[in-house]
Design a protein around this ligand. Structure first.
Ligand SMILES: Nc1ncnc2c1ncn2[C@@H]1O[C@H](COP(=O)(O)OP(=O)(O)OP(=O)(O)O)[C@@H](O)[C@H]1O
Ligand SMILES: [Mg+2]
Length: 339
């Protein structure tokens, strides 16, 4: 934002009042100077008239200083924006309509700059996440062609893993963009929570057969209001994280209960937990804690971003809590069923 010295009419809150003031001031000065020239200084009326006009023009120039500057700046800034430069801010010290327009313009420019930054980050992240498995596949294939590696089950298994990782990433990205664009409306209905949890747990056990996952629902037929398929996706993502961060032999638990705001679902593990400074960032797209980044089997950091979008669409809430002495409790609140 530019800092300019305050201008004479900046305090007036309406452009009409400013123009009115200018006209009254100019006419008043002209009349006075003309009267003074003719009556007191005994000038020719034509000379007195010219002097009065010049003084009125100088006065108008002084008073109206900067009234249209923001409009000129806005025209320049819009051209810069069209070229992709969102850094320009315009003078917004006036209190009238032009000043308000200038402030709205500056806010819009800031939001566009942020959107542009997010878009660039997204493209960079997506390219990076796609490149890693692609590069691994390429190396393995080259080794196979050169005869350095053999097409044994182990090599093919590694390749399949990379292809699965790519497929999963593309599915997640599609899901996220559909959720953000709102192109897949929620199929909202009253549904029973227990079967949805049981289904997610069964699926997770298929992927990680060694992990013990308990379910407890504190009320028979506990029901929520939402899209059961999407809620299943949330629970599946949370369970996947819980299992991934659990120590060997650690217990994972899924609980559901009626709460003040509806239905609360908790996914609890005995892993390292999420440190306080990271708690708000884990829902960002592609965010992974340093410890998760260090391991190669981690995901892309999209699971919780998807979960939060789904929960937000339901008008619910999701946050992590720390467990003592260690572990993580992910708490999801959804609206309760209406019946
Ligand atoms: N139960 C948990 N315990 C400890 N850290 C967690 C837990 N759940 C999530 N996190 C942290 O939050 C980060 C983001 O989680 P998110 O599910 O969005 O991504 P991800 O699991 O790394 O990848 P993806 O879900 O896309 O496969 C994780 O990388 C991890 O650092
Ligand atoms: Mg995850």
């Amino acid at each position: 934002m530019k800092h300019v010295p305050e201008r004479p009419l900046d305090r007036l809150t309406s452009i009409k009042v400013k123009l009115g003031g200018l006209i009254v001031g100019a006419v008043g000065v002209t009349v006075f100077v003309f009267w003074f020239g003719v009556r007191i200084a005994h000038l020719w009326p034509s000379v007195a008239g010219v002097i009065a006009a010049v003084i009125a023009l100088v006065l108008i120039r002084y008073l109206a200083r900067g009234m249209t500057t923001p409009l000129r700046e806005m025209a320049e800034a819009t051209q810069a924006m069209a070229r992709g430069d969102y850094t320009i801010r315009i003078t917004d010290t006036a209190n009238d309509e032009v000043g308000r327009l200038a402030r709205a313009f500056n806010r819009m420019a800031a939001e566009l700059a942020e959107t542009d930054r997010v878009r660039r980050d997204l493209v960079a992240n997506v390219s990076h996440e796609l490149r890693t498995p692609l590069a691994a596949l390429q190396v393995t294939l080259e080794n196979l062609i050169d005869g350095v590696a053999r097409a044994d089950p182990e090599t093919l298994g590694t390749m399949l893993n990379q292809v699965e990782r790519l497929g999963r990433l593309v599915t997640q990205l599609l899901d996220l963009s559909r959720l953000e664009a709102g192109t897949v409306p929620l199929d909202r209905q009253d549904f029973e929570v227990a079967p949805v949890l049981a289904h997610a747990v069964r699926e997770q056990k298929l992927h990680a057969p060694g992990v013990e996952i308990d379910i407890s629902v504190d009320e028979l037929h506990l029901a929520a209001d939402g899209d059961p398929e999407r809620v299943h996706q949330v629970v599946a993502n949370l369970l996947e994280n819980a299992v991934r961060h659990s120590p060997a032999g650690g217990a994972v638990e899924v609980r559901a209960r009626r709460s003040e705001h509806g239905v609360t679902i908790e996914v609890i593990d005995e892993g390292p937990g999420i440190p306080e400074p990271e708690a708000s960032r884990i829902f960002e797209r592609f965010y992974r804690a340093d410890s998760a980044r260090a391991t190669s089997d981690g995901g892309a950091g999209l699971g919780l971003a998807i979960a939060r979008w789904i929960v937000d669409l339901h008008g619910g809430e999701i946050h992590p809590e720390r467990r003592e002495p260690h572990g993580c409790r992910m708490v999801v609140t959804l609206p309760g069923a209406r019946y």
